[in-house]
Ligand binder design. Sequence first.
Ligand code: NDP
Ligand code: 2IT
Length: 448
Amino acid sequence: MPEATQRISEIYQQVVERNPGETDFHQAVKEVLDTLAPVLRQHPKYAERKIIERICEPERQIIFRVPWQDDQGEVHINRGFRVGFNSALGPYKGGLRFHPSVYLDTIKFLGFEQIFKNALTGLPIGGGKGGSDFDPKGKSDDEVMRFCQSYMTELYRHIGELTDVPAGDIGVGAREIGYLFGQYKRITNRYESGVFTGKNPSWGGSLVRREATGYGVVFFLEEMLQARDNSVSGKTAVVSGSGNVAIYAIEKLQGMGAKVVACSDSGGVIYDPEGLNLETVKQLKEVERARISAYVKHHPHAEFREGASIWDIPCDLALPCATQNEIDEAAAKKLVEQGCIALCEGANMPCTPEAMKVLEAGKLAYGPGKAANAGGVATSALEMQQNASRDAWTFEHTEERLHDIMRNIFRDCHNAAEEYGEPGNYVVGANIAGFRRVADAMLAFGLI
Ligand code: NDP
Ligand code: 2IT
């Protein structure tokens, strides 16, 4: 039915016109919409009730001023955001990103992706995202605390364990969650553990949440490889970034017998042909908040390549775990040429549309972020469960739950891809499986 394709292209045009200049948001929407025509054909109700049009419009968008003072007493003004995109399946759920590049477009693309990702987990969480153009890099702990307190002084009225539950993303880790939660608790006069996830396990956080995104990516990768009678063990891997997701992806890769030869930060790439020493990376990034270039001081045989592309390094497995659009067409070509067999996305939308085409043509096993990196938010939902029951689970139990969830996500993507005639295409599988869960809930609720 050509009308379905036509309808989708009209919806996309409307999204572009209604959200001028928001190119990352357009890209995220296009990637999902391009896979939905067969679903509209099979379920005309989705079109009649304008489900896609509604999903593309956030339920609410909050933008606010965040004034704070640095250690010298100088005043700074940042902008805060929180977008509640879709609450059909549960309270808005998604991280906060603090990075100087953040603007409304960034939060909308991330919030849109989050709807489908969260639906794929099978857990009761809607989609949302937030953040600020604040740059935590180079700031003292006190400055970060003052910023977080100011940010929460506005945000607190919009969130709640049954309404909207933030967590971390780029630039927001355990330190920031602590300051944000502390201010929320103080303003609201409630110890409402379930309002935030990614908390320290000593005050209401879940074990495995810190590791969950990175571990989950590798669990998903292993499922993809096993479907091709292959495995992570014995492979050479490259992981971009050296933050939360990258570190725990490296840990699980190494634990499963892969050799990880490179990681990076915004300053450049570390290439260690002997295999990265993860303890050094953790010490530099989690303790000292140093630049990754300092790795070579500890391991002089390794090489630091300032400003270089990590995707020039030959590998079997590529795991982008830094940021959006970090793999362009040229990088994708290089990966294919050099014999990479699988790419699994820890970051959100790390491949440009052109790169995705190259990877598809190159027949790589390709794990899209909204499925592959869903282990983080899934474990956040497990943290919410523990908070609701005032319980704390063991590491082993929680990791097993995470592992099961990743296997189920893989199975759902795999089955949806087969059902819609594109076996092995997990982009199609993830988009359709996630979309259908949200769409069916929206239909059930009437016109919302
Ligand atoms: P962190 O802040 O812990 O680490 C981010 C890493 O990526 C750092 O090494 C950082 O380098 C690098 N990076 C960030 N922005 C850029 C940029 N513009 N150019 C080059 N390098 C960059 O964040 P996370 O590890 O939490 O997040 C990484 C990715 O994973 C993001 O795409 C995030 O949305 C996604 N994600 C995170 C989840 C989570 O649970 N944390 C869950 C699912 C997805 P530098 O320090 O130099 O800036
Ligand atoms: O992109 C993501 O899924 C996250 N940053 C984690 C969100 C969460 O609520 O744990």
